[in-house]
Write a protein that binds this ligand. Structure first.
Ligand code: ATP
Ligand code: MG
Length: 434
């Protein structure tokens, strides 16, 4: 069924006095892009999250502009401020006032004809440009994301009853849901993300196919899924996103090894819920967050499971090698689902190795050196997180806490007969000079 047959409304134009989207809520950079396109003789609209979030009284993450100008024409308006990106979907990025405004050209949905390329129901190329806004609307995902703000007269254009859905808090796919998920399975993750972020309800026909379509995510490049995972867990609604992912059976295709632990390991669930809660809280307080820390926590339960005795190795000898081998094995398997970049996995491995170091027997002068290690904070915080569920770790966290708090004298009493780090540093320097 062509997508536009299942949901047809007459487009409604809402004049400026009848809606609440004020220009003062749109960034200067986005306004400037809209005006410059208009001045060059093109149509220009704000669309997507920028319109949706402003109408909801929230601050948008970014502003997306759509126009009838082709990418090359956009480039000729903004010249060196503009970069064309993407091969599957060519977009223009306009760099203004230290922000990036994404400008896309109207595209027709493949069901409207043209040469959009579909393989096994999936869109693999989508550069079917159109001159008409009414073509563009059908390729958008949800009705609340398909509201257009026209810079020419400041009116809103609503083709798919998006305003009503915005008011009732409804996530509704445009078109036939299963087909739209097959075209691009990431839309399932987007449904979950918007439901979590906005506190909206996914309407039944949009929700129904998701429960049994998680397998479609296997067709998505794992690097794209990593970007989606970051959006799900680092937009301030990680707890709710996780809950919804689990509800719709979407967590399993992303993190199958973690998912396998959640059924019978209440501690794993508690640990993960806690790290997600902490992440949301840090974002609410504008504190920095570290993907490596959250991912190290998510993958900790399956890591333990893969180790002999299902726990950190404690025997003397090659315990570190054993841990590294297992980490590499887990990360290789995991990267087939969600690809975690090397800079992040390196940190994750460090955080995990620190669990051995911070609970090991030898706490001599090496301990003082560990304090200066760039990964100490993350490793120690992870130990703290674990200790809130494992009483037996308390003695280690207390010990490290004292070591960090203490002045030089306390450090010396904790580490009898060991030189202070400053002395050992001096000695190292002297050696170097020689
Ligand atoms: P936010 O920026 O807050 O994450 P958004 O809705 O603006 O939300 P973007 O990823 O910035 O999301 O995309 C901008 C718009 O492009 C969306 O609102 C939607 O109309 C369209 N869009 C993005 N991704 C898809 C997709 N996978 N399928 C269909 N339309 C999409
Ligand atoms: Mg956006």
């Amino acid at each position: 069924m062509p997508v536009q047959e299942s949901i047809i409304f007459t487009p409604v134009r809402i004049p400026r006095p009848e809606h609440t989207l004020s220009r003062s809520k749109i960034s200067q950079a986005a306004l400037s892009v809209l005006y410059q396109l208009q001045k060059a003789g093109y149509q220009a609209f704000l669309v997507g999250g920028g319109v949706r979030d402003v109408l909801l009284g929230r601050s948008p993450k970014d502003f997306d502009v759509v126009t009838n100008a082709l990418p090359e024409q956009v480039k000729s308006v903004f010249l060196r401020q503009c970069r064309l990106i993407g091969r599957r979907f060519v977009l223009a990025h306009v760099h203004l006032n230290r922000s990036i405004i994404e400008v896309s050209t109207f595209r027709a949905h493949h069901a409207k004809g043209g040469d959009g390329v579909i393989e096994n129901g999936r869109i693999v190329r989508d550069n079917v440009y159109s001159n008409h806004i009414h073509d563009d609307v059908w390729r958008r995902d949800f009705t609340v994301n398909a509201l257009y703000y026209d810079i020419q007269d400041f009116s809103l254009i609503d083709y798919v009853n998006g305003l009503a859905d915005l008011q009732s808090g409804t996530i509704r796919l445009i078109g036939e849901p299963l087909l739209r998920y097959q075209e691009d399975p990431v839309r399932m993750l987007r449904a979950v993300r918007f439901a979590a972020k906005l506190g909206f309800t996914v309407e039944p026909a949009t929700a129904a196919p998701i429960f049994h379509s998680g397998g479609l995510l296997a067709h998505i490049p794992p690097a794209r899924l990593y970007e989606e995972v970051l959006k799900l867990f680092f937009s301030g609604h990680a707890v709710e996103s996780f809950r919804q992912l689990r509800k719709y059976n979407l967590f399993m295709p992303l993190f199958p090894y973690t998912d396998a632990c959640l059924g019978d390991d209440p501690m794993a669930m508690a640990l993960i819920e806690q790290v997600l809660t902490n992440t949301d809280q840090r974002i609410a307080e504008n504190k920095p967050v570290m993907p490596a820390f959250l991912l190290a926590t998510l993958l900790w339960p399956p890591l333990l499971r893969m180790l002999p005795d299902r726990s950190l190795p404690t025997k003397e000898g090659n315990q570190q090698e054993l841990l590294i081998e297992t980490v590499q094995h887990l990360l290789t398997q995991q990267s087939r689902h969600v690809f975690i970049p090397k800079r992040v996995t390196t940190l994750m491995q460090d955080i995990w190795l620190f669990q051995l170091r911070l609970t090991g027997r030898s706490r001599g002068k090496r301990s003082l050196r560990l304090l200066e290690h760039p990964c100490f904070r993350a490793g120690y915080d992870f130990l703290l997180l674990r200790a809130s569920f494992e009483e037996s770790l308390k003695k280690f966290t207390d010990w490290w806490e004292q070591l960090q708090q203490g002045d030089e004298n306390i450090r010396q009493s904790l580490l009898p007969n060991h030189p202070s780090p400053s002395k050992s540093l001096q000695r190292k320097k002297r050696k170097k000079k020689k």
